[in-house]
Design a protein around this ligand. Sequence first.
Ligand SMILES: [Zn+2]
Length: 337
Amino acid sequence: MITRRTFIQNSLLTLGALATGPSLYAQSNPKVMTVTGLISSEKIGFTLPHEHVMSIFGGPIAQHAKYNEEELFGIVIPYLKKLKGMGLTTLCDCTTAYFGRRADLLKTISLETGVQILTNTGHYGAAKDKYVPEHAKIESVDQLTKRWISDWENGIDGTDIRPGFIKIGVDNGTLSPIDLKLVRAAAQTHLHSGLTIAAHTSGSTDAAFDQLQALKEEGVHASAWVWVHAHNVKENDALLYAAKAGAWIEFDGIKESSLDRHIELVNLMKKHGHLDQVLLSHDGNSFRYGDRPFKPYASIFTHFVPRLKEAGYTNKEIVQLTVINPRNAFAIQVRKA
Ligand SMILES: [Zn+2]
């Protein structure tokens, strides 16, 4: 006799079997890739999905960024230990190749602090293409995809460290040819790896909708895509449209002076039934180029979670926002349109 339970179990098994690639993509046991290796997504805990441990953003483009490592470790390690004491378990480092990604240093920092860190593959086409390397301007979508898949399969920059997501950036407005190329390469890398695409899109609804269209054309579902810096969007309808399509809506940029606006945005998503697609982060940076000031990433712990409680959010909803949503967003899984 087929009971309802066995029917559901069989359906799940079928779904798992249909998922592309090896078992690590199976829906029944999703995984997340950190700089120290693969973990069960159940272990992700309280996650900040968009921070920068360090970057050379603002400085010249560099294939292999150099840092004063003694100074870097001296600042970043105590800071991350402090955040761990506040409840931080996992952090997604959004510093892309060519403006400061150093997977090897992130691994050292993760091992020293016990904070799980995800790094990324991809290229950053925002900032008027300042950090787009020369090869990306001439190569095809397929060639770029090969590079990013090589990061995934072989490791980043000669290490055995693999990316936990794909990070791209696009400029405002309708996508430029180079930005569209990055989006298509990200889509194809997703179909091969199951890695989620976090796209610096900011307040540009044109850039967001162009991306959703390109993803659809590539056969990728919107749930594989994070609208990064969506707190800069002025049109609520655009956020709801993307959420209805299945996209992750990331309100990063949280700081003490932004709490009112961020509460409004979370309320909007809750009112329309999309709380389970919201990601919250600071876009902080603990080691910046030149004399740029430290951008802290503690306000969610010290100010925003208390504000959510004041606004009537239950513990369950707060766990949804800070643990379950990032767990689902960064689970390695191919999401086809
Ligand atoms: Zn950022």
